[in-house]
Design a protein around this ligand. Structure first.
Ligand SMILES: [Zn+2]
Length: 1104
């Protein structure tokens, strides 16, 4: 045979020196030949054949076994077994039967259909019968048990064996501690565990009292196996318990029979002895799984924030979505396996999800609205009608822009007026805002004073009191002594007492020593006054108000301490086992303004923009359970967090547990740290968000919803913080916060910074949000060289680039990238100048202002993920999406379809930064569709930006990019803008929350600097998309780049997973019993084969 012949795939593996199939046939296994009556020579030759076959299959890889399986090897062995079974066990020839059983175990173990095949061959009950008749023969019994274990890989076969007393027979073979026949003992326990894959068998095992029997066995082996020579048996018993506790019934019985306490004690011993480490992990996981489900200590699972929604068109009702999901569910504790099914269903099969319908890929659906309504968007192209007459007057810096912004504010007020009826809160803030001219002619400090304690009773209170406390130690004369900060109250006492707060704030602002580009505290404050939140925030978080700078040095991702999860889980188990040090008192409640100030406790707070801590419970002296608020009007989507903490003792490690996380895995398991901001550090001249926390891990916990719902599982994110300073106030967040107010202040500062004779910058209101906040849209382009026709004409023909971000409020990384983009586009950099002269940029920096403001993670106040609404956005319920899409339709209708569209996102499960785009061909290729793509024409330009970024952006990972179109993403911005608006280069750009595993940033955390740089680099890459700028791209960007960088291997990834792919890295909290190193079925079979002492009996254990 030709070794590298063409038929390699179809013929057997070529390195086979001979064909095992030959032996299967050659062995004359017909009944008449090899029964006990057969002649000795035949028997011996058959045994020889079996031995050779066994040797053959044992050597080399599994390929031989799989080949044999494909050729019907399993069936042949099953037939051999059946044919050699004489019908009466005592008449069987075990010289032949035993090798057949061993071989069957080895081959069947690799055969997924072995159960079904065995049932069809009639071998299942036969083997069980063989076992029943050989319980006095250790070696024979072991062979049968190994085969039963293999047959039981199939649930239906396991059930069949169970319903024929298989469990009882095997259970009686599992003895108390002994030193005899350990291989048979182990085989019996493993077979018993295998049968427990079937729910029926689990139920019957529980009802027959086997759980307590297994526990007694485990205790017996644990206490008597003092030389630790039977670790595998103890492990096998743990596997049985693991299997049985997959069902709620099993878990309850395990707990009621004292399983938790027993395992807790045995684990303590195991922890002390190094050679027992392999028993610790399965024990800990078993305990974690069986901890009694504890409802979250909430009155409702529904968000603490609810917002009245306008009626959809055609709907009469206009109701707040009430906690309907709280009442309909009986408290039903689901079984673990059902849980897994749910999770499997959630991870959609990649191949099935690809869109393979060519019509859906290529044809543009009808517009979702009549063409007549598009004209309203002409106002969002002010550059097209602007005559630039002021260019002559360029010496007068006053500007087109200030007038335009007042117009915009008027428009905003008009706009908001129609929403007033639906707003739940007072319009006082707005009217206060209106009294002040929007362009700040007054001194900032004056505005601060005017606002603070009138309309915004207590605005800045947290910050000021914090500040005052810090100042107290430095300038005692300034501030009267005040107790610890007393937030969250609206009483007039504060108003009367305000005399000290103003100077404090003023002084603080005066001495804000660090220059923070594009940030002014007073500007932030002024913008905050106009921001409308559901609860009516009247306090600013200090970091947002004060500002911050990136940390000077890069921060490496943290390395995970081995065993950290085990240690944390054991600590959680101790809550049930040893309650002496358990405090369990609520120290903060978002819904209760009167949260008392507890002695010996940290103080928490989160009633500020983007804040979302709902409840804090002090568990132990230095340990807190934290519960996050669900998205408004919802009862889920917890992931983002942001809160304030104070009253810490410096130098003490505090453990924080966020106990209602929902994702099944997290980058917190892979080097990610939360971020921390210290007010004291800020006042000492180091205003930075720093990656912080040790002992970080993320695992499944024992909590369940307060009122019962489909979800039965939550996850804990745990981390430990050791605070540096006394009398400090710190802020902790999932990622660097970026508020809506920060954007509004930033846009003002940006506008102020530009030269209006060179840069055309126009901020308008796209629409008002449901809660009445303006959603800004910004136009940036270069002013024409002159007001001459030719230059104006050039400007009006510049292609559009449309950028959006922050549709998902819990992704502030997207906002930082956008901030980098905006600042770059307004800069004097020659590349920025070239881009402005080439393109008109239309930017919606926050597509979901209400979600951002109210500390939500995924949705808008309408409970919807706005990035799943693009196909048919509801004008009332999804105004920002409706109008962004409308504007894109408008651009299309006037022949100005954008050249590039990109929506910035944050990614919680992958590292680096990458793009998702759309390509018909790549989708069809990857789906292995039958459609012939040869005749399909597709512009390959969709890859240009990614290729450019691969060269110029160190944070960018080309290999993580993907261009396939999935059915499940058919209503995302990327796909809709591509398909319906016809934008070839339509992207989602994802930036990690965590860090980098490639390039020059490898091993480092993502920081604000890198995010902003990415925003700039994205702009750079735009030079690659038109001929006009290509030259500039080559000369100014590429020429000095290091081209050693490998850009040949441009394959995009097969596995497209948009927002939350399963992590490729190993997870430690799976529900199965963790594997035992160096133990597998094949080695068990080999050990049994080499065992002597066939006639020894098996010790019995009564099931009592
Ligand atoms: Zn997103």
């Amino acid at each position: 045979m030709n070794i590298y012949g063409d038929c390699r795939d179809k013929t057997p593996p070529v390195y086979f020196s001979f064909d095992p199939w030959y032996f299967v046939h050659a062995a004359r296994w017909e009944k008449q030949d090899v029964t006990v009556q057969g002649n000795t020579a035949d028997v011996q030759s058959t045994v020889n054949v079996l031995n050779i076959l066994d040797e053959l299959l044992s050597a080399g890889t599994d390929r031989r076994i799989h080949y044999m399986i494909r050729k019907g090897g399993s069936e042949a062995l099953l037939n051999a077994l059946v044919n050699n079974y004489s019908g009466h066990c005592s008449h069987c020839n075990y010289t032949i039967l035993l090798p057949i059983l061993y071989l069957l175990a080895k081959v069947g173990h690799k055969d997924r259909s072995i159960g079904k095949k065995a049932e069809e061959a009639g071998a299942v009950l036969l083997t069980l019968n063989l076992l029943k008749n050989n319980i006095q023969h250790a070696k024979r019994a072991a062979a049968c048990l190994l085969v039963i274990q293999v047959f039981a890989q199939s649930v239906s076969t396991a059930t069949l064996i169970g319903s024929n007393q298989g469990q009882d027979v095997i259970y009686r073979l599992m003895p108390r501690y002994t030193t005899k026949n350990l291989q048979t003992v182990k085989a019996s326990i493993n077979a018993f565990a295998a049968l427990l894959c079937s729910n029926t068998n689990i139920s019957s095992a529980v009802s027959k009292g086997f759980v307590s029997g297994l526990l007694q066995l485990y205790e017996d082996w644990h206490s008597k196996d003092t030389k630790h020579s039977a670790i595998e048996i103890r492990y096998a018993l743990l596997c049985c318990l693991h299997r049985i506790t997959r069902r709620a019934l099993g878990r309850h019985t395990f707990v009621s029979q004292g399983g938790l306490r027993l395992l807790y004690h045995t684990t303590q011993t195991c922890l002390l002895n190094k050679c027992l480490t392999s028993l610790v992990e399965p024990s800990v996981q078993l305990m974690r799984k069986c901890l009694p489900k504890t409802p979250l200590p909430l009155t409702s699972d529904h968000s603490a924030y609810s917002f009245p929604l306008p009626a959809r068109q055609g709907e009469a009702a206009c109701n707040v979505v009430k906690a309907s999901d709280g009442g309909n569910w009986d408290f039903l504790e689901e079984d673990e396996e059902d849980d897994e099914e749910c999770q499997e269903a959630a991870t959609i099969d990649y191949d099935d999800d690809l869109e393979t319908d060519l019509n859906k890929l290529c044809l543009c659906p009808d517009p979702d609205r009549p063409k007549e309504v598009l004209h309203q968007y002409s106002r969002l192209c002010p550059e097209l009608s602007h005559d630039f007459q002021e260019l002559d007057l360029s010496s007068q810096r006053s500007s087109p822009s200030s007038s335009s912004s007042s117009n915009d504010d008027t428009a905003l007020r008009d706009n908001l007026a129609c929403h007033n009826g639906e707003r739940r809160w007072s319009t006082e803030v707005l009217s206060q805002a209106e009294k002040d001219p929007p362009n700040q002619t007054k001194s900032d400090a004056a505005i601060l004073k005017a606002k603070d304690f009138n309309s915004h009773n207590g605005l800045l209170k947290t910050s000021s009191v914090v500040g005052s406390k810090v100042i107290q130690t430095r300038k005692p004369s300034l501030v009267p002594k005040s107790g610890p900060a007393n937030d969250g109250c609206n009483d007039n006492k504060e108003e009367n007492n305000n005399s000290y707060d103003f100077p404090t704030i003023d002084k603080l602002i005066e001495r804000q020593g660090v220059f923070i580009p594009y940030h002014e505290a007073t500007m932030y404050h002024a913008a905050a006054v106009k921001t409308k939140s559901i609860p009516g925030f009247d306090i600013l978080a200090f970091p947002d108000f004060w500002g911050h700078v990136p940390k000077p040095a890069n921060e490496p991702m943290t390395t995970r301490k081995p065993g950290v999860q085990r240690q944390k889980v054991i600590e959680d188990i101790q809550r049930f086992m040893n309650t002496d040090d358990i405090i369990n008192r609520v120290v903060f409640d978002m819904e209760d303004d009167r949260s008392p100030d507890m002695p010996d406790s940290l103080r928490f707070f989160s009633r500020f923009e983007c804040g979302n801590l709902r409840k804090a419970i002090q568990v132990r002296r230095y340990e807190y359970d934290l519960i996050l608020n669900a998205d408004a009007n919802c009862s889920q989507h917890t992931q983002w967090f942001y809160f304030e903490v104070s009253k810490m003792v410096p130098g003490v490690p505090y453990r924080f547990n966020i106990i209602n996380c929902e994702k099944s895995n997290s980058q917190f398991n892979y080097g990610m740290q939360p971020v921390l901001y210290s007010v004291r550090d800020a006042l000492n001249g180091q205003p930075c968000w720093l990656r912080s926390g040790t002992d970080i891990c993320y695992f499944r916990n024992h909590f369940c919803p307060a009122r019962g719902s489909r979800r039965t599982t939550f996850y804990t994110l745990t981390f430990t913080i050791t605070f540096k300073h006394n009398e400090d106030v710190c802020y902790l967040a999932y990622h660097y916060p970026y508020t809506y107010t920060a954007l509004m202040a930033h846009l003002k500062l940006l506008h102020r910074s530009i030269d209006p004779t060179k840069i055309y910058f126009r901020q308008q209101i796209l629409c008002a949000t449901l809660a009445g906040n303006p959603c800004p849209i910004v136009t940036i382009t270069g002013c024409p060289a002159s007001k001459g026709c030719k230059d104006i004409h050039q400007l009006r023909n510049r292609p559009c680039i449309v950028l959006t971000s922050r549709v998902h409020p819990g992704e502030p990384n997207a906002s930082w990238v956008m901030k980098g983009t905006l600042e770059f586009l307004c800069s004097r950099d020659p590349v920025a100048t070239a881009l402005r002269e080439t393109f008109v940029f239309k930017i919606v920096p926050i597509l979901n202002p209400d979600g951002v403001i109210n500390g939500m993670h995924r949705c808008d106040v309408n409970k919807e993920d706005l990035n799943r609404q693009w196909s048919k956005p509801d004008p009332l319920l999804c105004p920002t999406i409706y109008h962004t899409k409308g504007f894109l339709y408008y651009l299309n209708s006037i022949g100005r379809t954008p050249l590039v569209f990109c929506d910035y996102h944050g990614h919680s499960r992958k590292k680096n930064v990458f793009l998702y785009g759309c390509s018909v061909k790549e989708t069809l290729w990857q789906s292995s569709s039958d459609v012939d793509t040869a005749g399909l024409k597709e512009d390959p330009g969709y890859r240009a930006i990614a290729k450019a970024l691969d060269r110029i952006a160190p944070a960018f990972s080309f290999n993580s990019c993907n261009y396939t179109v999935e059915k499940s993403r058919s209503s995302t911005a990327r796909v809709v803008v591509w398909r319906e608006i016809g934008v070839l280069r339509s992207y989602t750009m994802e930036s990690t929350y965590n860090g980098f595993d490639q390039g020059i940033y490898k091993g480092l955390h993502m920081g604000i600097r890198e995010l902003e740089e990415m925003g700039m680099k994205f702009c750079h890459s735009l030079l690659s998309v038109t001929k006009d700028t290509k030259e500039l791209y080559d000369t100014s960007l590429i020429s000095y780049m290091n081209l050693d960088h490998n850009i040949q291997d441009h394959k995009s990834h097969n596995i497209f997973e948009d927002d939350e792919p399963p992590c490729a890295e190993e997870i430690e909290y799976s529900t199965e019993c963790p594997g035992l190193h160096g133990s597998d079925l094949e080695s068990d079979v080999n050990k049994c084969m080499s065992c002597t002492g066939e006639e020894e009996g098996v010790a019995h254990l009564d099931g009592s």
